[in-house]
Design a protein around this ligand. Structure first.
Ligand code: NAD
Ligand code: IPM
Ligand code: MN
Length: 360
């Protein structure tokens, strides 16, 4: 029997609403698979916690998280707490301190009715964005000089280390080689004359060790265009922290929206726990209404099961999401349905059980 210890950080807004549905899925798996069990520990960290305690997580929060096999997070950030505090002191802190330097964000169209792109089908939109997740534009380095004075100057410095750049690019080449897919690097060397010139050099250098991998290199503005006009050009994309953040929202837009976009924050060496979360935020505009789409959070459970090397469950979850998408009625309003968050979760679990037992 394998027991997986999971830290839950439901967080803010719709975070707790969607995490509850993801947990239902894990409990259903536990019920069906006698070789797996999960233990859950919930951490009440987030903006409410901040308003009560003046901090986003306990001082020894990272120490508390270290023993877990994985972290499952909902969303962080809410009006009333400045975003740069809430996000940097919880989400970005965990990604960075736990060296979760690989952010895996699939851009996969699961049902052709979901894309706003005319004449594009599941065949055309199926790629993986590998986002650098520990440094780059998010390094948090900078200065704020002469605050409030006419001479005021603000610096936000990107940090691209040899180690950090090489390891993400190498990870992407390995992934491309293993899965026999093309690799596209997205950068911006024409304007960012230090960081992105370095990125391009490292991409070319590491590439010499992978002559079997077919590569492309696009500027980020052109890549944004091609995401929309020619998504079939992409199989694996490797890019920096900020570019990956923005590109994957475009990825969400062409595959069904924020309610269907997932991301795994992975520490490949397993020195620290990895973290699984939907790409979306706390969605204050719909929080508390019970209409948030839980499928992105459920897809994160698929990534979590793959990470635990329980790929049969990862695939079963993805297959069940696809089946759910065939019937709009049983989806949340963002996908044209009338169902509530918990109804989607319940339906999902029922279908997963049916498909697993009946092998439909
Ligand atoms: P958002 O992702 O929260 O919302 C963007 C839009 O998508 C909104 O219209 C929202 O209603 C919709 N949406 C998002 N998730 C949905 C879901 N599951 N089902 C249906 N509709 C959904 O982005 P935002 O409004 O820019 O940010 C809100 C807060 O969340 C901010 O504080 C931001 O910093 C934070 N944020 C956190 C994360 C994270 O924790 N990983 C990610 C993005 C934004
Ligand atoms: C995401 C989010 C975060 C990011 C924010 C909330 C800091 O937008 O996970 O995509 O930029 O990484
Ligand atoms: Mn984002």
């Amino acid at each position: 029997m394998k027991n997986f210890q999971i830290a839950l950080i439901p967080g803010d807004g719709i975070g707790p609403e969607v995490v509850a549905e993801g947990v239902k899925v894990l409990q259903a798996i536990e019920g069906m698979d006698a070789s797996i069990s999960f233990s859950f520990t919930t951490f009440p960290w987030g903006c409410e916690y901040y308003l009560q305690h003046g901090k986003m997580m306990d001082d020894d929060g990272l120490e508390q998280l270290k023993p877990f096999d994985a972290i499952y997070l909902g969303a962080v950030g809410y009006p009333g707490v400045p975003d740069h505090i809430s996000l940097r002191d919880l989400l970005i802190k965990i990604r960075k301190q736990f060296d979760q330097y690989v952010n895996l964000r699939p851009v996969t169209l699961l049902h052709s009715s979901l894309t706003p792109l005319k004449a594009k089908t599941e065949k055309d939109i199926d790629f993986l964005v590998i986002r650098e997740n520990s440094e780059g534009e998010y390094a948090g380095a900078g200065d704020w000089l002469y605050k409030g004075m006419p001479e005021e100057v603000v610096l936000q410095t990107g940090v691209f280390s040899r180690k950090g750049t090489e390891r993400i690019i190498r990870y992407a080449y390995e992934e491309a080689r293993e899965s026999n897919r093309t690799l596209t690097s997205v950068s911006k060397g024409n304007a960012l004359n230090y960081s992105m010139v370095f990125w391009d050099e490292v991409f070319a250098e590491v590439g010499k060790e992978y002559p079997d991998v077919k590569t492309y290199s696009y500027l980020v503005d052109a890549a944004s265009l091609y995401f929309v006009t020619n998504p079939e050009r992409f199989e694996i994309v490797v890019t920096s922290n900020l570019f990956g953040d923005i590109l994957t929202d475009i990825g969400a837009a062409i595959t069904g929206g924020m309610g269907l976009a997932t991301g795994a924050n992975v520490n490949p060496e397993k020195t620290f726990p990895s973290m699984f979360e939907p790409v979306h935020g706390s969605a204050p505009d719909i929080a508390g209404k019970g209409i948030a789409n839980p499928l992105a959070a459920i897809w994160s459970i698929s990534q979590l099961m793959d990470f635990f090397e329980e790929g049969q469950w990862g695939r079963a979850i993805l297959h069940t999401i696809k089946r759910m998408l065939e019937d709009k009625e049983q989806l949340t309003p963002d996908l044209g349905g009338k169902a509530s968050t918990s109804e989607v979760g319940d339906q999902f679990v029922e279908l997963l059980k049916r498909l697993t037992v009946g092998r439909e």
